[in-house]
Design a protein around this ligand. Sequence first.
Ligand code: SF4
Length: 372
Amino acid sequence: MIPGIYVHIPFCLSKCAYCDFYSVTSTKKIPHFIESILKEMEMYRGIFNRFDTLYLGGGTPSLLDSAQLAEIIDGIRKCFPLSSDTEITIEVNPGDLNRKAAESLFETGINRISIGVQSFDEHILSFLGRRHSSIDAISAIEDVQNAGFGNIGLDLIYGVPGQDLESWMNTLRKALSFRPEHLSCYQLTLEPSTPLGRKYKAGEIDPPDEDLLYEFFIKTSELLEASGYTHYEVSNFARDPEFMSRHNRKYWDHTPYLGLGPAAHSFSGNRRWWNHRCVDRYIEEVNKKMPPIEKSEILTLKQLRLEALYLGLRTKMGINLQDFSERYSFDLLDKKNVVLGRLREEGLITILDNHIYPTRRGLAISDSLSLI
Ligand code: SF4
């Protein structure tokens, strides 16, 4: 289990109406943020042996120019040993890219790019408060392909109030026309602290009902699998196993990870800690040579086991019963025999070769599956 590094870059030019990730809309602090993140890396130098993924997420990492991104990546390389085949991912906003910017990104050593397309329908983009158009998304995809990236992911959102199945399938078909190596299809969540969440609470918008959401999910899985993609996690599809996100899989199987930057979370096996969700406080603490940690917690074996169950049943790889029993001292087949039998009869899981695998229908309701 080789750990991964996550760097949270907390800047966006504007806030999308559905987003509750931590970010600020002023970019003035970017230079101070970069100085601080380089100092935070130093605090962890020598603690971890080796990493094989680096994920630059946000926020909008593509607001930093390639020289600034290269400075962060060089800092990581100086402080931590990286495997020679390290997966280095960046999230980009389609509005920030052109051919030259894409080529500069490629030269920094970034080898995986995740483009926040969200939709090819202008009405949906505007409803979500995205600052790019579908034309921007198309040219961003073409630019990164032409710049030489061989591992491109498109992020899409469904279940938007007012969105019908046809609009969503059109977006999916358009995405497929580019043959991306990876697709993430997220169901919109109306978080209470966001503008859309508040509109929902006030009764001003009407999200799709559960039956329609289920149909979105099943039709997405059917179309993408028929097009050669593996539905390897509830929201994720890869054109080939080598394109499954190596970094995100660490979150799903309790591999340790180090999070740097404001609001970033870290995990070391049974301890989780997270940084202050405020860029000013983060910079202030780092400058005082203090770890910018807001809080940490030790997870009990039972908490780890429940998480492993929840996360494992969200993936096509499912749960290896032998590993599960060794890691969490819990024999699932023995202790949950009756309920597992019922789920199998209902066609929600299969049990084969000492594994529990969710079926497509099981993945669609994986949150309830994990309550066994
Ligand atoms: S660009 Fe991404 S991080 Fe920034 S507000 Fe929009 S969804 Fe959130």
